[in-house]
Structure formats: C-alpha cells, structure tokens
Write a protein that binds this ligand. Structure first.
Ligand code: HXC
Ligand code: NAP
Length: 261
C-alpha cells in the first residue's frame, strides 16, 4: 500500500483516553499526526497525553463530557488553536452495561443514547467548522449491535443503529464540503473495557470466540489499521460506508447464541 500521507496532519479523538480509541490515537501519533484526545476523566486524559507525547510531542488532551455540546466546542476550539484544523475526527465515546429493557430506568437507557448517539452528533456538529475542507475524514465508532438485536443491549443497539444513519446522513449533507463520514464496526476486541463488561469471565470470552467465523477476538491494533486507512488519502472516495473489523460477528445474528458450526 502507498504511504498513508498522514504525517503533519491533525486529529481530534473524542473518547480517546482508553481502549480502542486510545490505540487509534496512538497509531495516528505514530503516523506523525498531531493528536488531541478528549474524555471526562482528568486522570485518564493525563495518562493518555503522556503516552501520546512519548510518540509525538505535538499532542494534547482536554477533559469534558460529549453529552455537553458547549464542552465539546470549547475543547475543539482549544485543540484547533494548539494543533491546527482537524484533518480527522474520530468519535468513539461510549457507555455500556448489560441490562434487560425491563430492568433499565428511563435514565439508564438515556445515559447510553446520550453518550453514544447524541455525543457523536455533538462531536460531528462541533467539529464541522474546525475540519480541513476539502479532505477531512470523520470516523464514527459503531458496533455489531447496530445491525443485530442482542438481548440486554437495547440501549446500545438503539444508539449504535442511530450512529449508522447519522453517519450516512452527514456523508450526504457534508460531501459537498469535501468531508467524508464513515463508521468502523469493531467486533469483540480483546483487552477492552467493552468486552470486560459484556463477557466478564475467561470462559464466557472463550465460548463467544468459538462462535465467531474467525474463531477469535480482534485486537485494538486491527481496529487502528482500519482507522488509519479511512483517515488517509487511500480512502478518498469512501464515504457513508460502515466497515466491520469484527471477524464476521455482524453476519451471525442469532447463530451467535448457538454452538459453533
Ligand atoms: C441497570 C444501570 C446499570 C446497570 C448504570 N445504570 N448501570 N441500570 N443496570 N448495570 C443506570 C444508573 O442506575 C442510572 O439510572 C443511569 O444508568 C446512569 O448511570 P450513571 O452512573 O449516573 O451514569 P454516568 O455516570 O453518566 O455513566 C454512564 C455509564 C457508565 C454508561 C452508566 O457505565 C460509563 O460511564 N461507562 C463508560 C465506559 C464504558 O461503558 N465503556 C464500554 C464501552 S464499550 P438511574 O435511574 O438510577 O438514575 C461498548 C461496547 C459495545 O460500547 C460493543 C461490544 C461488542
Ligand atoms: P473504553 O475503554 O471504555 O473507551 C470509552 C472511552 O470513551 C473512554 O476514553 C472514556 O473515557 C470515554 N467516554 C465515556 N463516556 C464519555 C463521555 N460521556 N464523554 C466523553 N468521553 C466519554 O471502551 P472500549 O471497549 O475501548 O470501546 C471504545 C469504542 O469502541 C466504543 O465506541 C465502543 O462502543 C466501541 N466498540 C467496542 C467494542 C469492544 O469489543 N470493546 C466492540 C464494538 C464497539 P472517560 O471515562 O474518561 O470519559
């Protein structure tokens, strides 16, 4: 593949202080990008920035909640001042817990929809004025739950499905501005908060892995590979796409609940 052309460009990563999103932020920094990360916890942001600066000193961190549009705007204003306009927005802040719809309060359902879906809307909307146009790439993080109705996940299923249509709509509305908008659909990714919450025991994770077409969980680096591609000029004609890096999980539907084929 040709060079990624990302050197010297800048990225804002919403929800970038841990897990998959931090691995992506680090990969961007490794490609020579200036990277800003944003999340709620001061402690997590400080640690993430330290790790990022060890890769590329031109990195920064900001604390705030994606549910608060003004907080997102003010972090982006500061990041654009410090690192320049964004070539890439990666929006991946999310919350999750296992609960049936009947065991969820209105606020419990709303908390996840607010973080995942409204938070993604806030990140995209606030980033628009700071994005490099033409040429900017927005990457939203979705999940197989957007396509398959997993039980105990009504809040996440609804929120991630919303992210899919939001992404496609923005691809149509903002294509004329020279912006591309796509989603990445990670499958079960090892050593993440998300999978620790959904499959807390080793036995559970092993059982789940055996049901996947590729028979294993993915790695955070495998998700970062796709993020680098979507951020780069090699993906210049890709917009409104939902690309899975999920070992075939999205294809399985209810078969995920059955013994391996
Ligand atoms: C039922 C629950 C609950 C549970 C919380 N709530 N946990 N209800 N069962 N297990 C309810 C609370 O009682 C409250 O409702 C409401 O949810 C909001 O909870 P708070 O703690 O006040 O919210 P907040 O501090 O905003 O935290 C949001 C959060 C939290 C989502 C609840 O877990 C969080 O911050 N998570 C971020 C990290 C994370 O989840 N990472 C994983 C992302 S992975 P009441 O009515 O009492 O007020 C992911 C994977 C997807 O998305 C795909 C994998 C394949
Ligand atoms: P994670 O480590 O918990 O990452 C979530 C990030 O979002 C953290 O940096 C967190 O930092 C931030 N965040 C959460 N709520 C926020 C809020 N209200 N405002 C701002 N930032 C917030 O989880 P992960 O498992 O790596 O998941 C990362 C992304 O991949 C998510 O979008 C998730 O849905 C998706 N995904 C994960 C998997 C998986 O296997 N793990 C599978 C499919 C999709 P703070 O706590 O500091 O706010």
């Amino acid at each position: 593949m040709a060079d990624s052309n990302l050197k010297g460009r800048s990225a804002f990563v919403a929800g970038g202080s841990s897990g998959i999103n931090l691995t992506i932020a680090k990969r961007f920094a490794g490609e020579g990008m200036k990277v800003a990360v944003f999340s709620r916890s001061e402690e997590k942001i400080a640690k993430a920035v330290e790790e990022l600066k060890a890769i590329n000193p031109d990195c920064a961190g900001y604390t705030g909640d994606v549910r608060d549009l003004e907080a997102v705007k003010s972090a982006m204003t500061a990041a654009a001042d410090e690192l320049g306009p964004f070539d890439v927005l990666l929006s991946g802040a999310a919350g999750n817990f296992l609960a049936s719809a009947l065991d969820m309060s209105s606020n419990a359902f709303r908390a996840v929809v607010d973080i995942d879906l409204i938070g993604t809307f806030h990140a995209c909307k606030a980033a628009h004025e700071f994005m490099v146009k033409p040429g900017g790439s927005i990457i939203n993080i979705s999940a197989p739950q957007a396509f398959v109705a997993y039980p105990m996940q009504s809040h996440v299923n609804a929120a991630k499905a919303g992210i899919e249509m939001l992404t496609k709509t923005l691809a149509v509305e903002w294509g004329h501005d020279g912006l591309r908008v796509n989603t990445i659909i990670p499958g079960p990714i090892s050593e993440t908060e998300g999978m620790d919450r959904l499959a807390p025991s080793v036995e559970h994770r092993e059982k789940l892995a055996k049901r996947l077409p590729l028979r294993r969980f993915g790695t955070k680096d495998e998700v970062a590979d796709l993020a680098v591609f979507l951020a780069s000029d090699q993906a210049a004609y890709i917009t409104g796409a939902s690309i899975a890096v999920d070992g075939g999980m999205s294809l399985m539907g209810p078969a995920m609940m059955m013994p391996p084929a």
